[in-house]
Design a protein around this ligand. Structure first.
Ligand code: COA
Length: 138
């Protein structure tokens, strides 16, 4: 297994993997056009884990110049609990921190106990601050 930066050519395989791992978090932001734009805005930050030529894990990572953000942290079910997620997250965080960003946040569903345990194991602390969202009507 090795970790490498995600590329635009990975889109079909990554998107198929997300159908298994990340379905409820998928949105119009995961179209090919938006994927290309995201990787272009955050070069070399998002990562994939590859085992025998197959993508088995993903992490989308980026920042807005102030705050880092991680999306679609996922490992295929049959590859879990081998620290693949940890290696992916560590590499993504390294890239964000190397770009001078001190703080990174993730969005985790409140009923996703595995996700919360995973992030806590990496040192993330749950914040009580309230998250506000606005969806565009366009
Ligand atoms: C969360 C996820 C990415 C973890 O990937 P993984 O490769 O299995 O995780 P790792 O093996 O690197 O685990 C690192 C640590 O996280 C914690 N952890 C991971 N999975 C856990 C689980 N099911 N239960 C409890 N703790 C868990 C453990 O502390 C683990 O360290 P340990 O195995 O030495 O005890 C994977 O379960 C997944 O894809 N889940 C579905 C998508 C998802 O929910 N993503 C997170 C969105 S917020």
């Amino acid at each position: 297994m090795h970790i490498r930066p995600m590329t635009i050519e990975d889109y079909d395989e990554v998107y198929a993997m997300w159908q298994i791992t990340t379905k409820r978090a998928l949105s119009s932001a995961d179209s090919l056009g938006r994927f290309k734009r995201y990787l272009g805005r955050n070069p070399e930050m998002s990562q994939v884990a590859v085992s025998d030529g197959k993508i088995v894990g993903t992490v989308l990572a980026g920042h807005d110049g102030r705050l880092g953000f991680i999306h679609h942290m996922a490992v295929l079910p049959e590859y879990r609990r081998h620290h693949i997620g940890k290696q992916l997250a560590t590499q993504a965080l390294k890239k964000i921190f190397e770009d001078g960003i001190e703080k990174t946040q993730i969005y985790c569903y409140s009923d996703n106990e595995t996700g919360q345990n995973f992030w806590k194991s990496l040192g993330f602390k749950r914040t009580d601050n309230v998250l506000f969202e606005l969806e565009s009507e366009y």
